[in-house]
Write a protein that binds this ligand. Structure first.
Ligand SMILES: NC(=O)c1ccc[n+]([C@@H]2O[C@H](COP(=O)([O-])OP(=O)(O)OC[C@H]3O[C@@H](n4cnc5c(N)ncnc54)[C@H](OP(=O)(O)O)[C@@H]3O)[C@@H](O)[C@H]2O)c1
Ligand SMILES: *[C@@H]1O[C@H](CO)[C@@H](O)[C@H](O)[C@H]1NC(C)=O
Ligand SMILES: *[C@@H]1O[C@H](CO)[C@@H](O)[C@H](O)[C@H]1NC(C)=O
Length: 312
């Protein structure tokens, strides 16, 4: 009797881990061609001027998909268009230069006018940047600009393109770049973890509504990636150096490693997917220790962290 109770307990304790490995790693089933999978001709990528977004745009073009590039209108965006057009002369690229930190979404009119004659079946909500330091050390406007770029903008874009797909009865995919920071407290970058956790919840909820209607929603949590991200991501926001990141970023991978994994995840069981050791390790830590203990332990130990002392 007691023995079978322990067997049951054992099974119940292992179940989340077995489930995690089976579902999260379903992207290892192999690469997917999104043009074939969705019959897609056009994609929209935000933050397409550099890093992960530019790598995604390049891989979409390689699969025969035309891309609308959305980012701040600066020299990076111009350079990205020149680079992509030279590499894929047979593809069409359109550019929408806008500041996604404007929470009113006034910039949506430019997105809409640039896409009204095409069917956008793939949307990559990827633009984002980080604001570091203690929460109180930055004005609320700086935090809110970050919040809107990372979160509000994705809600505006997703609402528009998701509704259009349903109206036109087209298949498609909506993809979100979240972060491993979504699963744990992220001190000295409180807005970052906040918007990333919100993105993940938003995406997984929409995935439930959309799947039966032929729209796949996928949110991915990359491990550290070498991009301009830690230099402020092209914005005029000054990013304080965090020692916490130094260790994690020693293992950083190239943004070019991500698109194949992302494309392989879309429409597969891994609706919310962790890529790489840091993201998988953080998830397992939360699953093993439980959020409550981790949150409290983190808060108690924080004053011992070098970042805490440095920013105080
Ligand atoms: N790098 C990492 O280790 C890491 C880890 C986890 C998650 N992520 C996430 O991955 C995504 C892409 O980051 P990345 O690493 O590829 O960084 P990145 O190279 O700095 O790219 C950021 C992109 O976002 C755009 N952007 C920033 N602020 C904007 C604004 N207000 N309006 C419009 N566009 C704006 C930038 O456009 P401009 O070039 O025109 O400024 C750029 O194209 C972000 O959501 C980030 O949170 C990154
Ligand atoms: C984008 O908009 C935000 C909020 O209005 C502003 O603080 C920021 O300076 C703008 N960024 C650029 C590059 O114009
Ligand atoms: C916005 O997203 C970037 C990149 O994902 C992240 O580094 C930053 O902390 C986020 N900011 C907020 C306020 O969510």
């Amino acid at each position: 009797m007691l023995e079978s109770f322990f067997h049951l307990l054992h099974f119940l304790m292992l179940l989340p881990f077995v489930g995690y490995f089976l579902v999260n790693f379903a992207y290892l089933l192999g690469p997917q061609n999104l043009k074939q999978k969705y019959g897609a001709k056009w994609a929209v990528v935000t933050g397409a001027s550099s890093g992960i977004g530019k790598s995604i745009a390049r891989r979409l073009a390689a699969q025969g998909i035309n891309v609308v590039l959305v980012a701040l209108g600066n020299s990076d965006l111009e350079a990205a268009v020149v680079e992509l057009t030279a590499a894929f002369p047979e593809r069409e690229f359109r550019v929408v230069a806008c500041n996604l930190s404007d929470g009113t979404g006034a910039w949506m009119k430019d997105v809409i006018s640039s896409t009204k004659d095409i069917d956008v079946q793939l949307l990559f909500n990827n633009a984002g940047y980080i604001v570091t330091g203690f929460f109180h050390q930055r004005s609320v406007d700086v935090h809110l600009a970050n919040f809107h770029c990372n979160l509000t903008a994705a809600v505006h874009l997703t609402h528009h393109f998701y509704s259009l797909l349903l109206e036109k009865k087209l298949r498609g995919a909506i993809v979100f770049t979240s972060s491993a920071a979504a699963v744990m407290p992220s001190p000295f970058a409180v807005g970052y973890g906040t918007t990333k956790a919100a993105l993940t919840e938003f995406a997984t909820s929409l995935a439930v509504e959309g799947r039966a209607k032929g729209i796949d929603v996928c949110v991915f949590h990359p491990s550290p990636v070498n991009s301009r991200f830690l230099q402020g991501g092209g914005t005029n926001v000054e990013v304080a150096k965090l020692q916490m990141f130094d260790a994690a970023y020693k293992l950083a991978s190239s943004p070019d490693d991500l698109p194949d994994k992302v494309f392989a995840a879309i429409g597969r069981p891994c609706i919310s997917v962790d890529f790489g050791g840091v993201a998988v390790g953080m998830r397992l830590m939360v699953m093993t220790l439980g959020g409550s203990l981790l949150n409290f332990g983190f808060a108690v130990c924080a004053p011992l962290m070098p970042d805490y002392r440095k920013h105080s």
